[in-house]
Design a protein around this ligand. Structure first.
Ligand SMILES: *Cc1c(COP(=O)(O)O)cnc(C)c1O
Length: 397
């Protein structure tokens, strides 16, 4: 047999982490890495946060899981907090980002179907988006590399250029149910939507009675310096998917909606065995305890500004290698003039620095939100050394 016991769908690198220590990861062979990847924007509180660990340990010893057939004091409490903190009136808890987006897609279709408009099922989505790896969420993305081998796709998605309001307007037709958009594209290369674009989508939705769905799976949960990125755009979605950082490393997600948007999500329409179980709720509560706090959020913005300023100054030394820095808060991207993957491998293998490659020639800088200036210094030192020793022509390790 030549297939590996772990289904070989990931191009896994040689780093094999076995332990976390705040903003560092320690591999099987004892090497210590500065983790500016955070499990792809997941470990908001770093790897050994006492508050999160304590909450999970206590809840694990009290009650890990019960069915959604029973009342959920734990779920009600966290849902109420999210309702109080956001645009939403109601929350469905999931175990991942893709499931949160799935719920959002179903809610948008059900919104129209509920009043007999079964023909309004189509979502307009945006090129180079990433919404997850289930059949519906790959269908929502135009990226053919995710479709190959899995056809036929789910029907009902139309792809338009990101940040192109006129294109979005022109794509509206008799079957349109709404828009699904990442306010800041993550996998697509840390590309943030313009104010005019998101405000324009909001206006189109109001005008045509369409659902505006934000996928904040990557940019949400304090990553950009506000609890959710939409707050910075001065508008609100009807439905929003959140996950990644929301459990701080515990698998968890949520679909948030207004009362109006959730009108079709009535008894029997949706479900999940694990979604919202007490253990996940304890993790979610612990993360919110830390991040849903104006001082913490202001710190994320300030650290993001400092890191961005340092990065911008630094890339000026290497105009042949780097093009620009973009993003918000601690969701930053460095657009390169060469393929980012070999450079990310060089950072990792030769300088013990973890970052994440993304689309559009960009690598992502997604540190835990609890970094301090010493981590920013360490990051800049490693990045500078890596750029100085980088040979784009050398074969990747
Ligand atoms: C990661 C991601 C998802 C998918 O989340 P999973 O937990 O991997 O299912 C969806 N949307 C965006 C924007 C993401 O970054």
């Amino acid at each position: 047999m030549s297939i590996t016991p772990l289904m070989p769908v990931y191009p896994r690198c040689g780093v094999r982490p076995v332990r976390g220590d705040h903003c560092h990861l320690i591999s099987e062979d004892g090497t210590r890495y500065l983790d500016f990847a955070s499990g792809i924007a997941v470990n908001l509180l770093g790897h050994s946060n006492d508050h999160l660990i304590g909450a999970i340990q206590r809840q694990a010893a009290t009650l890990m899981h019960v069915s959604n057939l029973y009342g959920s004091p734990q779920g009600e409490h966290l849902a109420q907090r999210l309702v109080d903190l956001t645009f939403a009136d109601t929350v469905f808890f999931t175990n991942s980002g893709a499931e949160a987006v799935e719920c959002a897609i179903k809610a948008a279709r059900a919104y129209h179907s509920h009043v007999g408009n079964d023909d309004k099922y189509e979502l307009i989505t945006f090129k180079n988006a990433f919404h997850g790896r289930t059949m519906a969420t790959i269908s929502a993305s135009n990226q053919e590399k995710m479709h190959k081998g899995f056809l036929p796709l789910l029907q009902g998605f139309k792809y338009v250029d990101f940040d192109d309001l006129e294109g979005a307007r022109a794509a509206i037709g008799p079957n349109t149910a709404g828009f699904l958009v990442e306010p800041i594209q993550g996998e697509g290369g840390i590309r943030d939507a313009s104010d005019e674009f998101l405000k324009g989508l909001r206006a189109l939705c109001d005008e045509h009675d369409l659902m505006l769905i934000f996928d904040e799976v990557q940019c949400g949960v304090a990553r950009t310096g506000t609890l959710y990125a939409y707050e910075q755009y001065g508008i609100e979605p009807d439905i929003m998917a959140t996950a990644k950082g929301i459990g701080g490393g515990f698998p968890m997600g949520a679909c948030l909606a207004t009362e109006k948007a959730a009108r079709g999500m009535v008894i029997g329409t949706h479900g999940s065995t694990y979604g919202g179980n007490p253990l996940a709720m304890a993790a979610g509560e612990a993360v919110l305890d830390v991040v849903a706090n104006p001082e913490f959020l202001a710190e994320v913005s300030a650290k993001g500004e400092r890191l961005r300023g340092r990065l911008e100054q630094f890339i000026g030394n290497y105009p042949d290698l780097f093009e620009l820095v973009r993003g918000r808060g601690l969701m930053l991207g460095v657009k390169m003039k060469a393929e980012p993957r070999p450079f990310v491998a060089h950072l990792r293998d030769n300088h013990q620095l973890l970052a994440v490659a993304a689309g559009d020639m960009t690598f992502r800088v997604l540190p835990p939100l609890v970094i301090d200036d010493s981590h920013i210094d360490e990051f800049m030192d490693k990045l500078s050394a890596a750029a100085a020793s980088y040979d784009p022509e050398a074969p990747a390790t």
